[in-house]
Design a protein around this ligand. Structure first.
Ligand SMILES: [Zn+2]
Length: 419
């Protein structure tokens, strides 16, 4: 397929998995994940840059809270993708699909779902014992009447698939369910998921079609509080295929409603991209940076112990330098930030520009060199070592950010805050 550079980049930027769009991509560091065979060479694993990254972090508390389990449904997994993804009439979606397949090294026709999981587990082999990935289920789009709308969905990963994988690989995997609150069986499904040790619920409101500020969600919120499960939900811009008209559903201020009812909310990507309306002053407020709205909520005392931010994708080239610098420098926020990788996106090479980080002095040349090698073998390790290596104003993301497990277990101090 021939297309010019701009269209190509735009196609890359609009993703069913939630790749956020932008213009600041880098092709200089390559386009495709070379998917070098396992294992990651020992000289890289033993490298100083990697060893230093683990300093102060208890691997048993390292739970990467944002890991997609993608596929095409070729192994009876129940995974579903919109037919448009395979269609030559929809070249953008088709191209995105190719990128996801390449990022996750699953290019063998007929065994995509299986290969996706195998590659992920291989990546995890390079992590110390105890470190885990939290797999995300992903629900369909539902309309206001509670009807499932495949025509408005781009992607579906069943709770049963994600939970089954977590059960099969308990040393390495946890799982997060995804349930649309407008479903008539929403509470039953949530109870079932909790009984299968789901650690949280994942929403992508602009793509799935729920409005977090709607009273229609209240029953679901009460159930979350009863089960003490946090809500991991996207904030800010998300260029999902059908999400356009519902982008305001990702407005961080709409999360006041669940938080006011006692739900612990984790804002994916810390709402680090795009603009939303400042609805605190009414529905006709000005458009402001979504990240500013997230910061506003973080400053409100009553949301301590309720509001958390998740740092996946904040290293993508479409985020501003100052957003990343703020997250690194505000060390007092770190106990409320947790790590997620958004795997397999760190393996989409043009999304993360190491050269830019060197230019902006977040990384040294030598660090970038090692990271660039790691990326060719292991996108998950690359994402972690990159985030630990970034420096701004003499600060790093501190170890607590990478000990995400604390938010997902009953004994965590975060839970004590919220009764
Ligand atoms: Zn994601």
């Amino acid at each position: 397929m021939k297309m010019n550079r701009r269209l190509f980049l735009r196609a890359l930027g609009a993703g069913a998995l939630g790749i956020a769009g932008g213009c600041d991509f880098s092709l200089e560091e390559g386009i495709f994940n070379p998917c070098l065979p396992d294992p990651t060479p020992k000289r890289l694993l033993d490298h100083d840059v990697v060893a230093k990254s683990w300093q102060g972090i208890d691997p048993a508390k390292f739970w990467d809270c944002h890991v997609h389990v993608a596929g095409v449904g070729d192994a009876n997994t129940g995974v579903w993708i919109t037919p448009q993804m395979n269609s030559l009439l929809h070249p953008w979606q088709n191209l995105q699909r190719r990128f996801y397949l390449n990022a996750s090294c699953t290019e063998r026709e007929g065994s995509v779902d299986e290969d996706f999981v195998r590659r992920l587990l291989q990546c995890l082999d390079a992590f110390p014992r105890g470190a885990k990935a939290m797999l995300l289920a992903f629900d369909f789009h539902y309309d206001e009447l509670g009807a499932r709308r495949e025509d408005l969905s781009s992607f579906f990963v069943p709770n049963r698939y994600a939970s089954g994988l977590a059960q099969r690989f308990p040393d390495r995997l946890e799982w997060i369910c995804s349930i649309h609150p407008y479903r008539t069986d929403a509470i039953d499904e949530l109870d079932w998921s909790a009984s299968q040790h789901a650690r949280a619920v994942k929403w992508l409101p602009s793509a799935m079609g729920m409005d977090p500020a709607s009273p229609k969600c209240d029953r679901f919120y009460q159930a979350l509080v009863r089960l003490n499960l946090p809500l991991l939900t996207h904030g800010g811009e998300e260029k999902a295929v059908h999400g356009g008209s519902m982008s305001e559903f990702n407005n961080p201020l709409r999360l006041r409603r669940p938080m006011d009812q006692g739900v612990r909310v984790i804002v994916a990507h810390c709402a680090s991209l795009g603009e939303n309306i400042d609805i605190d002053g009414g529905p006709n407020g000005p458009r402001v940076e979504a990240f500013d709205l997230f910061q506003r909520l973080m400053e409100e005392k009553r949301y301590e112990g309720r509001l958390f931010g998740e740092i996946s994708a904040v290293t993508q080239a479409n985020r501003t330098e100052s957003t990343l610098a703020t997250l690194i420098r505000r060390v007092e926020w770190h106990p409320r930030l947790i790590n997620g990788s958004d795997y397999p996106l760190p393996a989409v090479v043009p999304l993360v520009s190491l050269r830019r980080f060197v230019k902006q002095q977040f990384l040294t040349d030598a660090q970038a060199q090692v990271l660039s090698e790691i990326r060719q073998y292991n996108a998950l390790l690359f994402d972690f070592v990159l985030k630990r290596s970034l420096v701004s104003g003499g600060q790093h993301f501190t170890p607590v950010v990478f000990e995400s497990r604390r938010l997902f277990e009953p004994t965590s101090s975060a839970r004590l805050h919220h009764s």
